[in-house]
Design a binder for this molecule. Sequence first.
Ligand SMILES: [Fe+2]
Length: 199
Amino acid sequence: MSFDLPDLPYAHDALASKGMSKETLEYHHDKHHAAYATKTTDMVKGSEWEGKSIEEIVKGTYDASSVTQSGLFDNASQYWNHVQFWEWMTPDDSKMPGELESALTESFGSVDTFKDEFKSAGGGQFGSGWCWLVKDADGSLKVTSTANGINPLCFGQTALLGCDVWEHSYYIDHRNARPAYLDNFVNNLVNWENVASRM
Ligand SMILES: [Fe+2]
């Protein structure tokens, strides 16, 4: 079983006018995501994880006792994270569906407060990682952040939205300005219809 690199759901230059360049997507998708796919496939081959789904591998190899994870977990989680990440962005103008707007307002007070919390979580994540909007097992919505490739699957949560805050995601377009990248992500790039579909 191989974990293939999915095509981007849009052209490499489709997000350029919205602040994510063709060069970023060429490196991020064609090199970084591709490497996670290849390494996951190689590590799973002949192991006890052969034939398992990517979600089963991520959940099954996560070590809750440590930030440092196995090579298989790191590559499998990053493979999964990036498959979602491309779907969370769109070159189109995306209007937030009413059900999502209501849920965010109920949970955070307003959509703007949610965006502020999401950006703070991403900006405050020390080193490489992700920030998330998750639906917890009890149905509540929360903003979280995780180190490296760790993701909501590890905690039994549903990932509604995630933003990659590894330097490879923003350094070409924003250099060291992670807050500017996060601000552009939530205000210009997010595919809110996709987020709502995951609720
Ligand atoms: Fe990434």
